[in-house]
Design a protein around this ligand. Structure first.
Ligand code: SF4
Length: 550
């Protein structure tokens, strides 16, 4: 495995056991650190390099590749040439420097969505960490110029929202303060780059979320149909610890387990033998038996959303098998959707059952390799393939590059779920420690800064490498309104962006559209077989032989 608990080179340590992404299998909002993502949220691009410069040397421990994963892919570098230079640049070495690599791109069909870097958040829905740290994610995402996704069930679980009974979806939601807050917070800092995406699941559709969003926000939002995610193959869950809230959710039409309306369950709760309730969403498509029926249902949903007035529509699918993957790519392409997010097993931001996360579905690299193959089949027939985003286990700049290259030219961005939430957590904790009067409102967990932060600094200006860049962008007055979690978010985004620029410069690709599968090599034969990316010893072997025989 590439990642062990502690990384001597970077001076980072995981609190728990690292997963394939480098993040701990369990990431805690109250964590004192300090994994690579946590520390990058403070010190930014400095963490691209080994520590203690001047008195150390460093050597990689990821050159022996075991198993099939993104960590078994390697990135190509070249000794000559360059492509993708912006118009004002020449192939002079003075121009071909990594800060000149452009990370800007766009996705979509008729109404393009511009983004400052090829990253988007995972869907953050009714799960409580999303609600608590929303300001950090939304403001950070808007300022970084990347799309932020509002996940499912936000309206349904909001006790302040008012939903009229009955079947008519238009006008069914009278008020929805939490959904409004989530959208408005993002839009306040939106400057033309990025987008706010609102997901729809079965309950959201019934509740009239699409109708509400289009009526209130029009073209400002992208609406996303949701088939699934990598973490689980049942609907989203949350856990609540109040009987009254559990009854409210049951009344809202959710599956609540155990059933809080049963007298024996209420008695068990009152006596402490049941301490919480799980709220579940429904499975989609249960009334559909054939691929044709799924296609018909999907197309009519897209038509309906377009009829409501949505200009941009996306689809999120999970780590289902190859048939659903093919359906997602084909139907989304046929319907001319703007984005298709394909989420591999098995990280999640909510309360997915653990052994389901461990065991269900197709791992990211297999799913994404097949997505490329299937997209290529459509393209070979002359069809414009939907722009894609890959999700599932991405946290570091090299994995972003690898995801984009593996799915090139169809993959326009990478969807990062757990990783991009860490700056929200640590930033809120720092804000709560430095400004005790704001601790409750930002959901900070610390009463004082831990040693791991004090080693970096003791004020926000000292701690966050991105502080002054952001102040320049928003102005000194507005800086007072920026939560520390959003400053941390932008600091991490800057590190990931700079790391990407360096990898792209090394691959001689100065714009994202030039990244290609040829920029990857497989570290072992098994990965080569599964991904179609040749083994390191085979890549360019033919041209090497021509040189030698020439
Ligand atoms: S922030 Fe999360 S992933 Fe990083 S060390 Fe802490 S618990 Fe682990």
């Amino acid at each position: 495995m590439r990642f062990s608990k502690s990384n001597d080179v970077l001076g980072t340590t995981n609190r728990g056991n690292p997963a394939e992404s480098s993040l701990c299998t369990l990431c805690r909002a109250d964590c004192n650190g300090r994994c690579e993502t946590w520390l990058s949220s403070l010190v930014g691009r400095k963490l691209l390099y080994p520590r203690s410069f001047g008195i150390v040397t460093a050597g990689a421990n990821n050159t022996t590749h075991v198993g099939v994963s993104y960590n078994s892919l390697r990135i190509q570098g070249y000794a000559y040439g360059v492509s993708g230079l912006k118009d004002n640049l020449t192939n002079n070495p003075d121009d071909c420097i990594f800060p000149n690599v452009s990370l800007e791109t766009e996705f979509g069909q008729e109404m393009k969505t511009k983004i400052r870097m090829p990253l988007m958040t995972g869907a953050l829905g009714s799960t409580f960490v999303a609600e608590k740290y929303w300001d950090s994610f939304a403001i950070g995402g808007a300022l970084a110029g990347i799309p932020v996704v509002i996940g499912e069930n936000v309206v349904g679980v909001d006790r302040q929202s008012k939903i009229k009974p009955g079947e008519t979806r238009k006008g069914k939601i009278e008020v929805s303060p939490e959904l409004d807050r989530r959208i408005d917070t993002y839009l306040r800092y939106f400057d033309g780059y990025g987008a706010i995406i609102v997901q729809l699941n079965v309950e959201d559709t019934r509740n009239g979320v699409a109708e509400y969003v289009v009526e209130k926000y029009g073209e400002k939002c992208i609406i996303e149909l949701k088939w699934g995610q990598g973490a689980k193959d049942i609907g989203g869950e949350i856990q609540v610890t109040s009987l009254e809230y559990a009854l409210f959710l049951k009344d809202r039409g959710y599956v609540v387990d155990p059933d809080p309306t049963l007298p024996e369950v209420q008695e068990a709760f009152e006596n402490g033998s049941i301490k919480s309730f799980a709220r579940h969403s429904r499975l989609g498509g249960t009334n559909l038996d054939t691929v044709d029926q799924v296609q018909e249902d999907f197309m009519s949903s897209v038509d309906y959303l377009r009829g409501l007035g949505f200009k941009r529509i996306s689809l999120k699918t999970g780590s289902y098998g190859m048939e659903e993957l093919a359906m997602a790519i084909k139907f989304a392409s046929d319907a001319k959707l703007d984005l298709l997010t394909i989420d591999g097993s098995g990280g999640g931001t909510g309360m997915s059952p653990w052994n389901m996360m461990q065991s269900w579905g197709v791992p990211s690299i297999n799913l994404h390799a097949k997505a490329h193959e299937y997209a290529g089949m459509l393209a070979a027939k002359g069809q414009r393939v939907v722009d894609m985003s890959f999700a599932g286990g991405f946290a570091l700049e090299d994995s972003i590059f690898k995801g984009l290259a593996l799915g090139a030219p169809y993959t326009k961005l990478i969807c990062m779920g757990r990783g991009i939430m860490i700056p929200g957590f640590v930033g809120a904790n720092i804000q709560g420690a430095l400004k005790p009067e704001e601790r409750a409102s930002v959901n900070g967990h610390w009463s004082e800064l831990p040693k791991s932060v004090l080693q970096v600094g003791s004020t926000a200006k000292e701690i966050f490498a991105g502080y002054f860049d952001l102040q320049k962008k928003v102005g000194k007055d507005e800086m007072k309104n920026i939560p520390y979690g959003a400053i941390a978010f932008c600091t991490l985004a800057d590190k990931l962006g700079c790391g990407m620029q360096q990898l792209m410069a090394g691959a001689r690709k100065f714009s994202l559209d030039k990244i290609a599968r040829g920029d990857l090599m497989s570290g072992n034969r098994e990965t080569a077989k599964e991904t179609g990316i040749p083994h390191v010893a085979d890549v360019n072997d033919e041209s090497a032989r021509k040189i030698l025989n020439g």
